[in-house]
Design a protein around this ligand. Structure first.
Ligand code: A3P
Length: 298
């Protein structure tokens, strides 16, 4: 166990990665019981890197014939993305008897687990992994605010300077963040048919083009420009965050769905991080990503 108070709870190290107690319990079940199928699609993110958005986008892409985005009764209009797509270690923790074989094909699921801790069947099958990464300063700040919303008093009072220090040293859910990102980055270079690496920033800047890249990677065929535009609009921050399902709903674990929508911006860290804290993260990022070809300019 690590020092108490870092954002959400005490954390535990397993296979060199940090986990909350609940997610570690889920992970152990998931490693033991989950059997990947070749047709599976697994979305992988660090917390607060655009998971909700990616879930909505990929759900819309793969179901675009079943649920045309232009129709008025699309599931995303009435259901939060987290309720449509199971979070593997969360489900294994909360409902160990959940039947994953019941999910419609292709099964769409998500995880925060590092590549090295994924069940063997995920690595050996032909299932596809879409990894979305976000610049560490925005992601840290997003988790910082999320943690405060959910937190106990002890966590809410935790000094941000200590949180940044812990983050840079690697104490982060599923982290060290740097190792998590690099593992998937190299995997996407080595095996581009298996792992697609996208960033929150490119999704923001070129949403349509990134949707097309994801669709092509998943073998979903050609998507008409009009459909791409429909998906961009349906899954936009403005549209999703204004829906009742996302403003008023709750997940089975009690977390309010509105907690997943805050600002949805690139570079918003400036409102929360002092210059010196931002520099501390930048310095660590430069050191850890050196020679990898990975860079964030925001
Ligand atoms: P901010 O806290 O910076 O606003 P996750 O889904 O991984 O938990 O990440 C949450 C972050 O993604 C939050 O970032 C949230 O506002 C942002 N987000 C949620 N839905 C989004 C969308 N449709 N488009 C862009 N950003 C979105």
């Amino acid at each position: 166990p690590s020092e108490k108070g870092w954002l959400v709870s005490q954390m535990y190290q397993f296979q060199g990665r940090w986990h909350t107690q609940a997610l570690l319990q889920g992970l152990l079940q998931y490693q033991k019981h989950f059997e990947a199928k070749d047709s599976d699609i697994i979305l992988v993110t660090n917390p607060k890197s655009g998971t909700t958005w990616l879930k909505a986008l990929v759900f819309s892409i793969i179901n675009r014939h079943k649920f045309p985005v232009s129709s008025g009764d699309h599931p995303l209009l009435v259901t939060n993305p987290h309720l449509l797509i199971p979070f593997l270690e969360g489900v294994y923790y909360e409902s160990p008897n959940f039947d994953f074989t019941e999910l419609p094909s292709p099964r769409l699921m998500n995880t925060h687990i590092s590549l090295l801790s994924l069940p063997e069947s995920v690595k050996s099958s032909s299932c596809k992994i879409v990894y979305c990464c976000r610049n560490p300063k925005d992601m840290f700040v997003s988790l910082w605010h999320f943690g405060k919303k959910l937190a106990s008093q002890e966590t809410a009072d935790y000094p941000i300077e200590k949180a940044v220090e812990a983050f840079c040293q690697g104490k982060f859910i599923g982290g060290p963040f740097w190792d998590h990102v690099l593992e998937y980055w190299y995997a996407s270079l080595e095996n581009p048919n298996k792992v697609l690496f996208v960033t929150y920033e490119e999704l923001k800047k070129q949403t349509g083009d990134t949707i097309k890249r994801i669709a092509e990677f998943l073998g979903c065929g050609f998507i008409e420009e009009e459909e791409v535009g429909g998906i961009v609009k349906l899954c936009s921050f403005e549209s999703l965050s204004s829906l009742e399902a996302n403003r008023e709903g709750k997940l089975p674990n009690g977390v309010e769905t509105k907690a997943f929508f805050r600002k949805g911006e690139v570079g918003g860290w400036r409102d929360t991080l002092s210059e010196s804290l931002a520099e501390e993260i930048d310095r660590t990022m430069e050191e850890k990503f050196q020679g990898s070809g990975l860079k964030f300019s925001c």
